[in-house]
Design a protein around this ligand. Structure first.
Ligand SMILES: NC(=O)C1=CN([C@@H]2O[C@H](COP(=O)(O)OP(=O)(O)OC[C@H]3O[C@@H](n4cnc5c(N)ncnc54)[C@H](OP(=O)(O)O)[C@@H]3O)[C@@H](O)[C@H]2O)C=CC1
Ligand SMILES: O=C(O)C1=N[C@H](C(=O)O)C[C@H](O)C1
Length: 245
């Protein structure tokens, strides 16, 4: 039995994760903590799943890693600086591993992968992410990661800058620029989590769209991460290596 703790256990995703861990035959939910609960409550856990908030996740990770608990992290807000800090903590605590994935939905991971594969064949690529209005951050971690993967693929293929003659008179009109890829964030009541990657070339457009219809979609990926994190040395970013992508 893998002893699992959950941080953010009362949140939209945390509730689903707790249910999934409790239903898994090879896992035991030993701690379900939310805001205000002391992290000492994780004592006894081998793996901790974090779906909290970008403002608190680093403190959680520092505590968990220094106590030899392997984190599986869904919380967003990771940039290169934060990832370097996590790598340093892991270096100081050999034998402790960490998995950080901007999206645990299998279809979402495939959407990112397909976008990465397609990126080099098109002149233009833009990303539109659409989420519920209570989301803490923008752009989404998924959109940011997709843009990085697209930019990486284009650079590798020697693709030039995308065509864009726009001169904007209003800040934000062209969205955020992530490594040269424009990302647009929609916040709308009724949505959960959705993303379109628009790829345009000569006379044709390819749209790769992903829709999250229920937050239970994240739990198979989280359980896979919990099962595998102890054998994945150091820091793993994204679910891709666990899916052989
Ligand atoms: N990687 C992925 O697949 C996915 C990632 N996410 C990301 O996960 C994060 C959480 O999303 P979501 O569940 O919608 O958010 P919620 O706000 O619904 O849940 C977060 C929960 O964490 C609690 N919390 C805040 N601070 C702490 C703390 N220090 N310790 C323990 N619990 C704390 C919150 O309490 P309170 O409300 O009182 O502040 C809340 O109950 C976001 O960053 C989101 O982008 C979301 C979906 C999928
Ligand atoms: O906050 C959310 O809801 C989600 N957050 C993650 C992100 O920022 O990419 C994953 C998914 O989009 C849902």
């Amino acid at each position: 039995m893998i002893r699992v703790g959950v941080l953010g256990a009362l949140g939209r995703v945390g509730v689903e994760v707790c249910k999934a861990v409790e239903a898994a035959p090879d896992m035991e939910l030993v701690a379900a903590l939310d805001k205000g609960d002391p992290l000492e409550g994780l004592t006894g856990a081998e793996v901790v799943v974090d779906f909290t908030h970008p403002d608190v996740v680093m403190d959680n990770l520092e505590w968990a890693i220094s106590h030899g608990i392997h984190p599986v992290v869904g919380t967003t807000g990771f940039d290169e600086g934060r990832l370097a800090t996590v790598r340093a903590w892991l270096g100081e605590n050999p034998g402790t591993n960490c998995l950080i994935a901007p999206n645990f939905g299998i279809a979402a991971v495939l959407m990112m992968h397909f976008a990465q594969q397609a990126a080099r064949y098109f002149e233009s690529v833009e990303i539109v992410e659409l989420h519920h209005p209570n989301k803490a951050d923008a752009p989404s971690g998924t959109a940011r990661r997709t843009a990085e993967l697209v930019a990486e693929a284009r650079a590798k293929a020697g693709a030039g800058a995308m065509p864009d003659a726009t001169s904007t008179s209003l800040d934000g009109a062209r969205g955020a620029d992530v490594d040269g890829v424009h990302v647009h964030a929609v916040r709308l009541a009724g949505l959960i989590a959705h993303q379109e990657v628009l790829l345009g070339g000569d006379g044709e457009i390819l749209t790769i769209r992903h829709d999250t219809m229920s937050r239970s979609a994240f739990t198979p990926g989280v359980l896979l991460g919990v099962r595998r994190v102890r054998e994945l040395p150091g820091l793993t970013i994204g679910l891709e290596p666990l899916l052989d992508l």
